[in-house]
Design a protein. Structure first.
Length: 161
C-alpha cells in the first residue's frame, strides 16, 4: 500500500532531534511524492511498483524537488492557516526533504522485493528482509513514540526549537 503511515515515525524522531532545522511537513510531503510511482503502478497493474523513484538517484531528484517546493509552499500554508512559525529556512526544508526521501528508500528496500535501490551502481536489493516487516513496523512505531516525547520535551524546555 503506498503512503504508509509507518514512515512518519522516523520523521517524528528526526524532528525531535533537529528541531527548527528539520521540517516535518516537507518530510511528509516527500514521503507522498516518493509513492506516486507505486500508486500509478498499482492503478495500471504494473508488475514492478518500486522503480526509478525508489533508487538513491530517484530519492535525490525527488528530495531536491520536495525541498525547493517545500521552501516555497510551507511558509504560504502557515500564513493562510494563521499558524505562527519561525522563518522557514532552506536547511529545514532540504533536511526534511532529503531525510524523507532517503529514509523512504531504506525502509521500503527492507520490505519490497521489486526494488533496486542502488541502481545504476548495483542491481538487486541487498536490504530485502534484513529484518522482518513486523520488526520494521515496530521500529518505526517506537521511533514515532520517542519522537513525540522528544518534541514535547523540546517544546517545554527549548525555546529555540
Amino acid at each position: 500500500m503506498p503512503f504508509t503511515p509507518f514512515h512518519f515515525g522516523p520523521g517524528l524522531a528526526f524532528k525531535a532531534i533537529g528541531g527548527k532545522r528539520f521540517s516535518f511537513l516537507v518530510f511528509a510531503g516527500s514521503q507522498i511524492l516518493m509513492d506516486i510511482e507505486p500508486l500509478i503502478g498499482i492503478l495500471q497493474h504494473k508488475p514492478i511498483l518500486h522503480g526509478y523513484t525508489h533508487t538513491l538517484l530517484g530519492a535525490f531528484i525527488i528530495g531536491t524537488f520536495a525541498g525547493i517546493m517545500g521552501k516555497a509552499i510551507c511558509p504560504f500554508l502557515f500564513r493562510i492557516m494563521a499558524i505562527p512559525h519561525r522563518p522557514y529556512t532552506w536547511l529545514a526544508s532540504l533536511a526534511g526533504a532529503y531525510i524523507g526521501t532517503f529514509s523512504h528508500i531504506l525502509l521500503d528496500a527492507i520490505m519490497h522485493a521489486d526494488m533496486s535501490p542502488w541502481w545504476p551502481i548495483a542491481p538487486g536489493n541487498q536490504l530485502l528482509r534484513v529484518i522482518s516487516v513486523e520488526q520494521l513496523h515496530v521500529a518505526c512505531l517506537i521511533a514515532g513514540i520517542i519522537g513525540i516525547i522528544g518534541i514535547i520535551v523540546r517544546s517545554k524546555f527549548d525555546t529555540s526549537a
